[in-house]
Write a protein that binds this ligand. Structure first.
Ligand code: FE
Ligand code: FE
Ligand code: MG
Length: 168
C-alpha cells in the first residue's frame, strides 16, 4: 500500500487482515453455494428463484474481489488455494443436497445472516480507524442485508402459494 495510505491507518493491521482473509473465504463459498444452487433448484417458482440465486452469486463474486483487493492493499495475501477456504470460513458451506427451492433458500438465508454478522464485526473493528475497509464493509453489508430480505420474501411467497393450494 502507499505510504500515506499506511500512515492514516489507526487500526491493528494484523487484526483487520485476519478478518478480511476469513471474509474472503466466506465470499467464495457463498458464491459457489449460490451458483450451484441456481443450477439444481427444483420446485415452485423455480425460474424466479434461479434468477435471484444467480444475481446473488454475481454479488458474492464481486464482494470476493473487493475484499481481495483490500487484503492486497494492506500487504496481505488472499487464500492462494481453495483448500484454505474451509479453514478460514466463518459461515461455512452448505451443500445443496436437497434441491427443493425452499430448502435452498433456507440454507442461503442462514448464510446471509452469518455474513451480516461478519461485516457488522468488521465495521465495529474498523470504525474511526480504517476508513477504507470500513467503507468497503458498509457497502457489502448493504448487499447482504438486501440478500437476506430478498430470500425471505421469496420464502414467504412460496409458503403463501403452497398453503393456498392446500386449502383448495
Ligand atoms: Fe457477500
Ligand atoms: Fe450475500
Ligand atoms: Mg437480490
Amino acid at each position: 500500500m502507499g505510504t500515506k495510505g499506511i500512515e492514516i491507518l489507526g487500526g491493528n493491521v494484523k487484526e483487520i487482515l485476519a478478518l478480511l482473509e476469513k471474509a474472503f473465504a466466506d465470499e467464495w463459498l457463498a458464491y459457489y453455494q449460490y451458483w450451484l444452487g441456481a443450477k439444481v433448484a427444483k420446485g415452485p417458482m423455480r425460474e424466479g428463484v434461479m434468477a435471484e440465486l444467480i444475481q446473488h452469486a454475481t454479488d458474492e463474486l464481486r464482494h470476493a474481489g473487493m475484499v481481495g483487493d483490500r487484503i492486497i492493499q494492506l500487504g496481505g495475501t488472499p487464500a492462494l488455494s481453495p483448500k484454505i477456504w474451509y479453514d478460514l470460513t466463518n459461515c461455512g458451506y452448505d451443500a445443496p443436497e436437497d434441491p427443493y427451492v425452499r430448502s435452498l433458500l433456507e440454507q442461503n438465508i442462514k448464510g446471509e445472516q452469518c455474513a451480516i454478522s461478519v461485516y457488522k464485526k468488521m465495521l465495529d473493528v474498523t470504525k474511526d480507524k480504517d476508513f477504507v475497509t470500513y467503507n468497503m464493509a458498509l457497502q457489502i453489508l448493504q448487499d447482504e442485508v438486501e440478500h437476506e430480505e430478498d430470500l425471505q420474501a421469496i420464502v414467504e411467497d412460496i409458503d403463501m402459494m403452497v398453503s393456498r393450494e392446500m386449502k383448495k
